[in-house]
Design a protein around this ligand. Structure first.
Ligand SMILES: [Zn+2]
Length: 309
């Protein structure tokens, strides 16, 4: 009983982050992770999140003899879940594993303030994963691009389909509402194979999974002060953000390194936020919030429980 209580308290502490612009202190999480049980719950939730977000691409899990956990991809390639290295913010950006990528929980609530220092859920990307799913070269990605209501988007993992769903709802709204229209048009682009300026990292636009809407000079952290960005954020129509998030896109307006015109198809962040942003109550399972009547989800939970013991 005592053990269960301690365990519940630890889990609640980790997941009790409400809807705020505050960064969930990763260092604190890492320290609290000294309990194996909490680490294991986090890991299982991350693995299920990824399997739900990339159902056709993750086919199995593997635990090596040195206890490292890998995703087995459709191609046969493996992606390491956690390299167990302690990293600062820039090391996470430049060399993230899946655990680093999913550490910050994307807030699904309305936000109109710039996020706390270095809180950028979704800005840390596992390129190994993106390359497996959307294409590992310019030519390969280009082959996967299709037209989605006037823009080019990657057809893999339902990205283009989600983009179409966004457009079906967003375009009529932009036509009838001047304020929304001004934030949507002229659009600034989707696919563009390039590195993020000033870095060696590929932009998510390189994979055909991101869209920039109408540009305002206050939209990007490198162009504008935090105060100017916050002003723009406060005036940004929430309807636009809601439509994208409903379709598994995250918004750069919820990053400390803000990118307000930028929306990116990252189903893992919406899924993790929806199902795993809260702690578990006594007696609940680690997967308590998901729909276990869904056959694929049930199968994934069984696989995770079988491999991770
Ligand atoms: Zn962008």
């Amino acid at each position: 009983m005592k053990k269960i209580c301690i365990y519940v308290i630890i889990v609640l502490m980790i997941f009790s982050m409400g809807c705020t612009n505050r960064k969930e202190t990763k260092e604190k999480v890492k320290e609290t992770n000294s309990t194996d049980m909490t680490y294991e719950i986090n890991m299982k939730r991350d693995l299920l999140t990824l399997m739900m977000a990339y159902p056709e691409y993750i086919v199995d899990l593997e635990v090596s003899s040195d206890n490292r956990v890998y995703l087995i991809m459709k191609s046969g390639n493996k992606i390491l879940y956690d390299d167990k290295e302690k990293k600062n913010y820039s090391a996470k950006l430049n060399n993230p594993d899946l655990q680093d990528m999913l550490e910050e929980i994307y807030p699904l609530c309305h936000t109109d303030e710039i996020m706390e220092k270095n809180f950028d859920p979704g800005r840390i990307r596992s390129y190994a994963l993106l390359k497996e799913v959307y294409g590992n070269s310019k030519a390969h990605v280009e082959k996967n691009l299709v037209a989605a209501k006037g823009v080019r988007f990657n057809k893999n993992n339902r990205a283009a389909e989600s983009m179409k769903n966004v457009m079906n709802e967003l375009l009529p709204l932009a036509k009838n509402n001047g304020k929304i229209g001004a934030c949507v048009y002229p659009m600034s682009g989707t696919f563009c194979y390039r590195v993020i300026s000033g870095t060696g990292r590929l932009s998510p636009h390189s994979f055909g999974i991101a869209i920039d809407l109408a540009r305002d000079n206050r939209d990007y952290w490198k162009w504008a002060s935090k105060e100017a960005g916050a002003k723009r954020l406060k005036s940004y129509p929430q309807e636009i953000v809601n439509i994208f998030e409903k379709n598994y896109f995250i918004w750069g307006g919820k990053w400390n390194h803000f990118d307000i015109l930028h929306f990116e198809y990252r189903p893992e962040f919406i899924i993790k936020s929806k199902y795993f942003s809260k702690g578990i109550k006594e007696g609940e399972m680690w997967y308590s919030n998901v729909n276990i009547n869904d056959e694929y989800i049930k199968k994934s939970i069984d696989l995770i429980d079988k491999k991770i013991k």
